[in-house]
Ligand binder design. Structure first.
Ligand SMILES: [Zn+2]
Ligand SMILES: [Zn+2]
Length: 349
C-alpha cells in the first residue's frame, strides 16, 4: 500500500484536517498519478458536510484532479510515466449496462464509482483529490494536452467544464444558435466560455450588475440582469437553449418563457431543496423541454479537454494552499471567488 497525505472531514460538523490514507499499489491496468492541483467543487462541500446524506467518513473530497503519471501497470497502453493526466468525477463503472456500453458511464445503471465517497451501495469508500497521489484504472484517466504552465487552471474542466460542455454539445450549441447561460459561478463561467468557443450567440443571465463586464470578458455577447423584469420580457421566445447553472431554488418559468418553440432548458445546478414546480403551459404552448444533465462520459470528457486545449480555454481560478480549504468553503458559499478555487497540492508536502 502507498501511504498518502490528505485532508479529510471526520464528521459532518468537523472542519477538514490532515489525515493519512492508503492507496493500492497499481494493478496491471492502473495508473498512479502524483496530484499537482485539485479544483474545489460545491459537491465537495455538500458531501463533506453530509448535506446530500450518505457520506462515509473519513471523507476526502476532490474530483477535479490534474497531475503527472508516476507509475503504470504492465497492461497500461495509453499512458507512460511523465505524462500529464486528469481524473474527474468517476473512477469506475459496471462496464456492461446500456449506458456504459454507450460510453455514458455517468449514467451507469448499476451506479458509477465516484472519485470520492464511491461505491454508494456498500463496498470500500473511495478518497478524492485532496491528497498527494491517486491510483485509477487507465480507462478512467484523461490525457491533458494543455501547456503545463496552465495546469492549475485545467483542473476545474474535469467537473465544471464537462458539466456544461456535455449539454451544450448534445443540444447543439453552435453558429446561428442563441444560447443562454443562467448564473455566473464555477459552472456558469465555463458555460459562457464554451458556448462562445462553439460559435453560439451567448447571453449571460445574472442577478449582479457587477458581473456585466466580467460576463462580456468571458465571451458573452449580451448580459441580462435576471431580476429586471423589462430586460427579461424583452428576451421572451428567443432562445434555442438555456443552460441553467443556478444551484438555489428559483422560479424556472422566468427562464422557460425565454425559450423559442422547441427550445430546451437544461438544469445542471444541484439545489439542496426543490425548485418551485414550473407552469406546465409554458412547456405545452411552445413545445418547450425542461431537462437535466450530469457531467459527461469518459470519451466526451476527453473530447472536452482536447477542445479546450485547442481553443486555449481554461478556468478562471484562485490558487490556494490545502490549509486554506475551510476558509475557501466559507467564501464559496458567499460566491466570493472568481470563479473556482484550485488547491496547489505542493502545500500538502
Ligand atoms: Zn464537481
Ligand atoms: Zn454501467
Amino acid at each position: 500500500m502507498i501511504k498518502t497525505k490528505s485532508y479529510a472531514a471526520q464528521s459532518a460538523t468537523s472542519p477538514l484536517a490532515p489525515h493519512e490514507i492508503e492507496r493500492r499499489e497499481p494493478g496491471a491496468d492502473d495508473v498512479r498519478i502524483e496530484i499537482l492541483y485539485c479544483g474545489v467543487c460545491h459537491s465537495d462541500l455538500h458531501t463533506a458536510r453530509n448535506e446530500w446524506t450518505g457520506t462515509l467518513y473519513p471523507c476526502v473530497p476532490g474530483h477535479e484532479i490534474v497531475g503527472r503519471v508516476v507509475a503504470v501497470g504492465s497492461q497500461v497502453k495509453n499512458f507512460k510515466v511523465g505524462d500529464l493526466a486528469g481524473v474527474g468525477c468517476m473512477v469506475d463503472s459496471c462496464g456492461h449496462c446500456h449506458s456504459c456500453a454507450g460510453g455514458e458511464e455517468q449514467y451507469c445503471e448499476n451506479g458509477f464509482t465516484g472519485t470520492y465517497n464511491g461505491p454508494l451501495f456498500g463496498g470500500e469508500n473511495t478518497y478524492g483529490g485532496y491528497s498527494q497521489t491517486i491510483v485509477v484504472k487507465e480507462s478512467f484517466v484523461l490525457h491533458v494536452r494543455h501547456d503545463e504552465k496552465a495546469l492549475a487552471s485545467v483542473a476545474p474542466l474535469l467537473c465544471a467544464g464537462i458539466t456544461t460542455y456535455s449539454p451544450l454539445r448534445r443540444w447543439g450549441a453552435g453558429p446561428g444558435r442563441k444560447v443562454g447561460i443562467a448564473g455566473l459561478g464555477g459552472l456558469g463561467h465555463m458555460g459562457v466560455k464554451l458556448a462562445h468557443a462553439m460559435g453560439a450567440h451567448v447571453t449571460l443571465f445574472t442577478t449582479s450588475p457587477g458581473k456585466i463586464a466580467d460576463g462580456k470578458r468571458l465571451g458573452a455577447d449580451e448580459v441580462c440582469i435576471s431580476t429586471d423584469a423589462d430586460q427579461m420580457a424583452a428576451r421572451a421566445n428567443q432562445f434555442d437553449l438555456i443552460i441553467n447553472t443556478i444551484a438555489a431554488p428559483h422560479d424556472l418559468d422566468a427562464y422557460l418563457r425565454l425559450l423559442r418553440r422547441d427550445g430546451s432548458m437544461i438544469l445542471v445546478g444541484a439545489p439542496a431543496a426543490p425548485h418551485p414546480s414550473p407552469n406546465v403551459f409554458n412547456l405545452i404552448l411552445q413545445r418547450r423541454s425542461l431537462a437535466g444533465s450530469l457531467i459527461g462520459g469518459i470519451a466526451e470528457t476527453q473530447e472536452m479537454l482536447d477542445f479546450c486545449a485547442e481553443h486555449g480555454i481554461v478556468s478562471d481560478i484562485e490558487t490556494i494552499p490545502m490549509q486554506y480549504i475551510n476558509t475557501a468553503y466559507e467564501r464559496m458559499l458567499r460566491s466570493d471567488v472568481k470563479y473556482r478555487f484550485v488547491i496547489d497540492m505542493a502545500s500538502l508536502g
